[in-house]
Design a protein around this ligand. Structure first.
Ligand code: OGA
Ligand code: NI
Length: 357
């Protein structure tokens, strides 16, 4: 590991923050996407005006309204694999403190952030740029710090020690999202006709990866992306964004911009829920656009079963008319896949689909 770190300290690592701060008038060639993959900003072509679902989660706690909320969740999961939530119970002070700590982290001098750099996707704490700067053919205008976050006491000592408030502020947010995930996965299990506590133990002991993303202002946002189209390996991803930039693909394969709603959090279905539901719900394909004016921050909290625990279609959702449509997989299988394959060319979930013969 030491060796990998050392070899990354040469000029081959340049963060998006460094480029923005140096005032480059254009993006370097490695960021320029082939024309067909560019985001068509500013034109209505290829982006759709669809209204995306916003769900009031306080309804889940009201006995007479819970089934209404579950119905709304089920509709959103079927149509988009995506919804935003309001009244989710995480105080705005916790959210703002986490954003503040992230801002301070990305503003640190390069040398400080490089202490945590790694190209090894199995590393539990990892600073980087693009997806994986050492292997990406096209680069993305994004810096990140990712860390395992559950159980917090197991990992927090490995988190950044600068800024000094980071562990405390981001730790509080991570714990709050873990609780929120539990409520959401219960509702989603119920919406599929499964027991509310289906997979409860695996989920409580499950892994949580917090990806803290920074997308600095980009001189040529029409040529580049912050993240390419992908779905998350997670059961659910709870996403906090500081401003708009996320786009999701709808069932007609149109890109839809996700509006910024103050105080809301975004819920995205990941590949683990697609497999668990035997394809009744699909993970949402999403990408991130960048802009010329503002730096955008996001926290993507990816929840999943424990690292080595395999997920497979729920037995109750498999019957003679609905054969299992997927093989099983674990978070670790996903990591092995992305460390040796170009996951932009082929989505991981496509590799475990059973042919429908
Ligand atoms: C991710 C992701 C979206 C965003 O980290 O997997 O999709 O808006 N992030 O940063
Ligand atoms: Ni994602």
């Amino acid at each position: 590991m030491e060796e990998t770190k050392m070899s990354l300290l040469d000029d081959s690592f340049t963060s998006a923050m460094t480029l923005t701060n140096s005032g480059v008038p254009q993006v370097p060639d490695r960021y320029v996407l082939p024309p067909s993959q560019r985001p068509a900003l500013g034109s209505s072509l290829g982006t759709s005006e669809t209204t995306l679902p916003v769900i009031d989660l306080s309804l889940l706690h009201q006995p007479f309204l819970r089934s209404l909320a579950i119905h709304e969740i089920s509709m959103a999961c079927k149509e988009f694999g995506f919804f935003q939530v309001i009244n989710h119970g995480i105080p705005s002070s916790v959210v703002n403190d986490a954003l503040d700590a992230a801002t301070q982290f990305f503003d640190l001098p390069v040398e400080e952030k490089m202490l945590l750099v790694s190209a090894n996707v199995h590393e539990p704490v990892r600073y980087g740029t693009s997806l994986n700067h050492s292997t990406d053919r096209v680069h993305y205008w994004r810096d990140f710090i990712k860390h395992y976050s559950h159980p917090l006491s197991k990992w927090i000592d490995m988190w950044p020690s600068n800024p000094p408030c980071y562990k405390d502020k981001v730790g509080k947010y991570a714990e709050a999202t873990h609780l929120l995930h539990k409520q959401l996965i219960e509702a989603i299990s119920e919406s599929l006709g499964l027991e509310k506590n289906y997979l409860q133990e695996e989920i409580e002991e499950g892994s949580q990866v917090m990806a803290v993303n920074c997308y600095p202002a980009c001189p040529e946002p029409e040529m580049a992306l912050g993240m390419p189209p992908h779905s998350d390996f997670s059961s659910l991803t709870i996403l906090l964004q500081s401003s708009k930039g996320l786009q999701i693909m709808d069932c007609n394969k149109n890109w839809v911009c996700v509006p910024y709603i103050e105080g809301a959090l975004i819920v995205q279905l990941g590949d683990q829920v697609e497999v668990m539901s035997n394809g009744i719900y699909k993970s949402v394909i999403h990408r991130v656009t960048v802009n010329k004016e503002v730096k955008r921050l996001s926290f993507a909290s990816l929840h999943s079963l424990p690292l080595h625990k395999k997920i497979s279609p729920a037995p109750k959702l498999v019957n003679p008319n609905n054969a299992p449509a997927y093989g099983e997989f674990s978070f670790n299988d996903f990591l092995n896949y992305i460390s040796s394959n170009d996951f932009i060319q082929e989505r991981f979930i496509d590799t475990i689909k059973k042919s429908s013969s």
